[in-house]
Design a protein around this ligand. Sequence first.
Ligand code: ADP
Ligand code: MG
Length: 329
Amino acid sequence: MSGGRSPLGEFDLIDRYFRQAQADSGSRPDVLLGIGDDAAVLRIPDADLVAAVDTVVAGRHFLPDCDARSVGHRALAVNLSDMAAMGATPAWATLALTLPALDEAWLERFSLGFMTLAKEHGVALVGGDTTGGPLTVSVQILGFVARGRALRRGGAQAGDVLMVTGTLGDSGAGLALTSGKLMTAERAAAAELIQRFDYPTPRVQFGLRARDIAHAAMDISDGLAGDLPKLAAASGLAAWVDVAKLPLSAAIRAVVPVAQAREWAVAAGDDYELLLAVSPEEADRLTDAARQLNLTLTAIGELRRGNGVTWELEGAAFAAPAEGYDHFR
Ligand code: ADP
Ligand code: MG
């Protein structure tokens, strides 16, 4: 990076907030060479390598003035969520950071959010790139899964039960609260919903358990209405959803009427829960696997022959948006 006016140079910055922070949060024996050389050298196990990359952009994925700790958390969380959806074990990450300025206070918070989550999941930051420009954070994640065992979107079968982890719509409510579009006197509920938006929890452990039970999975990043059609299409099937069954948190019920909560559960993004298809015979086993992780798992519908998604509420058709968030529409 060039043109930085801060007394802290690019190399000191990388060293302090990424190389040193990574060293402090522990090392993985399979990282033969991490931050500091021209590239990382990683020893891969006898497994299938699973790779994903996700970018978060200021003003698109997070509010420009939000706490950088949340930006660091989210940038990694969205990638961990992709690993969860594949039933993969995350191992290594690289970080491409584009910054308008070398703001130490910002970097410290960012690094804290990123590294805390990385440590929790045993992920090593092994490299990256730092450039000047509009605030953008791109993370690539690498993980692995036993040969041929990755959980795909396209494996669902007609008659499978559709299930989701956790609760839906909380991030949508959190965004409305944090951006001032929604006001409430319910302070505790509001804080919980904003926390859900700022610090999404990737369901990595559950993804690993689900790998040998579910037929198909994906993570819900763009909202159920945006993502479910992708799983159904990949599996060559139709999906039917009972909107009354969508799991709603006590917090969201405390701040808005149930009709609004359902709207967010269907259409709002950023929840990073998992959507799974499982045979009816295996649904209880999957629910038990979730319960062991203190995670709720809810049956919301089923997969059927045909195509498209049908949304039903109390016996009538429910008007869900036709698609999820699309950056270019
Ligand atoms: P090069 O010019 O060879 O790409 P850089 O100066 O860009 O080298 O990076 C030096 C080292 O620091 C490399 O090991 C690179 O992976 C690492 N690095 C740079 N930026 C970051 C970052 N934001 N996070 C983690 N590692 C980084
Ligand atoms: Mg570079």
